[in-house]
Design a protein. Structure first.
Length: 132
């Protein structure tokens, strides 16, 4: 049986390796501009969550003009719901209906998932850069 951290780690890695994100060859992520914008969005998300809450942080990412920031919102939302055992991929909708317990659990899960996604990208040499 896998630990919670192992489950997060495995799912985060699988999410980053999807063909429609940065490709399945991590050695190419370093030079990918989309990976850089995605990482920047991830690194700013914990501060946004702590300042405004998970729902507002996800809504902010979805409102960004850059597609990689929207991917970050999708990935955090999907992974959070999967790891909490909830079907679907609409984290914002789920949070609007949720009681405070689920909101706290989702916030903790989203912070952990964000950390794994960012760590993997940084481990592959991706660096953040300013958005255009």
């Amino acid at each position: 049986m896998r630990t919670r951290e192992q489950q997060r780690q495995i799912r985060a890695w699988a999410t980053l390796n999807r063909q429609d994100r940065f490709g399945s060859d991590p050695s190419r992520w370093k030079g990918d501009a989309n990976a850089s914008v995605y990482l920047r969005a991830l690194k700013q998300t914990p501060a946004r969550i702590h300042a405004s809450g998970l729902g507002q942080a996800i809504a902010f990412l979805k409102s960004r003009g850059k597609q990689p920031a929207k991917w970050a919102a999708e990935d955090i939302g999907q992974l959070t719901l999967q790891l909490l055992g909830h079907p679907g991929d609409d984290l914002l909708g789920r949070l609007q209906e949720a009681d405070v317990t689920l909101q706290f659990l989702a916030t903790d899960e989203a912070l952990a998932v964000t950390g794994w996604l960012a760590s993997y990208l940084e481990g592959e040499g991706v660096e953040t850069r300013q958005e255009d």
